[in-house]
Design a protein around this ligand. Structure first.
Ligand code: ACO
Length: 390
């Protein structure tokens, strides 16, 4: 079966339900680090970084900020825009390479803090492509009818896994989170197509070895340049890979959505490097103005970069109803992914952001804290009682 046959079958099976973006939000740490700040402790300069990457500054998490706290803030904003309650959510997915823990998942923490107690939760690992992968999983679940509403988050604290002595990587990355609410609706549109790809043969080009890694054996670590929990990247190779796959996969996603590349109103790519975006726009034959870029202010926030750029594009009124937008991610794995969305936001209520719902959400956030504490407390008391009885 060809890819377009598969897509046609999938579309026929799920034509009555469409997955629409109805809410969005973003959060970045309080502290910005400029290129000049960086050059105070790494052998680099504002001129070099800006000319090679387009980056001017990035945000770096302080001690009280983490992947989960940033994800939580972005999620609250997305629920506010969607004007739904946390208890309406069926699924919370966090795409991240810098999870709060190996387990429990960052998504489970966010689910608990939001009081989204009707939702399943899991983290998804596909590096900088993770947000598009997660959107695809959630949209497919909505279209298949297994869920109605999903919170999809991309969240990272890249600053925690950077080798701050490696000037070829530490200048590139920043911390942040972005979130969207996807909801089922009969109005045609929303997520139209997705293309997910991986080439594990390129896994050695970009990696963060962790506990399960063969490189956890210290006699091997260091031999190949890897350090546990630190990012390693062959920048030049990744650059060539990225410029190739961005254009190819956007073309494939357009074909599956049955539109031409010229019909795309805005491409929202993973924000890795301005030069990659410019090269990809040239390859696609579309104006670079149609490529959203905010890498200058945030650096590369990995899985968070696409939802953060989406939020800013909406804020800047660069997306209108019925527009076609393309999301495209690429990164470690190697992985890459594209998605075409027809924008058009059937709101749950015309009274968007209504005061009553806002108050109900705030009550639920308070309940969430109380609920978790009381559950832990009850568990401890029960286990003490059992100990005393035995
Ligand atoms: N400051 C000053 N000089 C530097 C720096 C720096 N921060 N970093 C490298 N240099 C030097 C190098 O040592 C080299 O010097 P030499 O010529 O004397 O050997 C020179 O600058 C050129 O280095 P290159 O690596 O060839 O520079 P390039 O133009 O390729 O830019 C960069 C490097 C910015 C990393 C680029 O390759 C890149 O952006 N790659 C893609 C990264 C990316 O997109 N990753 C996305 C996925 S991330 C994810 O999935 C988690």
């Amino acid at each position: 079966m060809t890819t377009s046959d598969k897509s046609a079958n999938a579309n026929a099976a799920v034509s009555a339900r469409h997955a629409h973006v109805i809410g969005w939000g973003m959060a970045v740490p309080e502290t910005a680090m400029t290129n000049d700040d960086l050059s105070a402790f790494v052998d680099t300069s504002d001129d070099w970084i800006y000319a090679r990457t387009g980056i001017k500054q990035r945000f770096i998490a302080n001690e009280g900020e983490s992947t989960a706290t940033l994800a939580y803030l972005a999620a609250q904003q997305a629920l506010e825009v969607a004007d739904i309650l946390p208890t309406d959510l069926d699924l919370v997915v966090v795409a991240t390479s810098t999870a709060e823990n190996i387990f429990p998942s960052t998504a489970s923490l966010v689910q608990d803090w939001l009081n989204a107690h009707e939702a399943g939760a899991f983290d998804l690992s596909a590096a900088c492509s993770g947000f598009v992968y997660a959107m695809n999983m959630a949209a497919d679940s909505i279209r298949a009818g297994s869920i109605d509403s999903a919170l999809v988050i991309g969240a990272e604290t890249m600053s925690r896994i950077l080798d701050w002595q490696d000037r070829s990587t530490c200048i590139l990355f920043g911390d942040g989170a972005g979130a969207v609410v996807l909801q089922a609706n009969e109005t045609p549109g929303g997520v139209l197509s997705s293309v997910l790809r991986s080439d594990g043969a390129g896994g050695d080009l970009l990696a963060i070895p962790s506990v399960g890694s063969i490189d956890a054996n210290q006699s091997r670590a260091g031999a190949n340049g890897y350090k546990l929990y630190k990012m390693y990247m062959a920048g030049g190779e990744v650059f060539k890979f990225a410029t190739r796959v961005v254009s190819e996969s956007v073309e494939q996603a357009c074909k599956l959505a049955d539109i031409n590349v010229e019909d795309i109103n805005l491409v929202i790519p993973h924000q890795a490097n301005l030069r990659i975006l410019q090269a990809a726009a040239r390859k696609l034959g579309i104006d670079s103005d149609k490529f959203m870029s905010n890498v200058e202010r945030y650096g590369n926030t990995s899985a968070a970069s696409i939802p953060i750029a989406l939020c800013e594009a909406i804020e800047e009124r660069r997306i209108q109803n019925k527009d076609h937008i393309a999301l495209v991610g690429f990164g470690g794995g190697l992985t890459w992914a594209s998605m075409v969305i027809r924008w058009g936001i059937p709101k749950p209520s015309e009274q968007h952001g209504s005061l009553l719902n806002r108050q109900r959400r705030h009550v639920q956030y308070r309940i969430a804290k109380w609920r978790s504490r009381s559950r832990r407390w009850r568990r401890r008391v029960n286990s003490r009682v059992r100990d005393l009885q035995s």
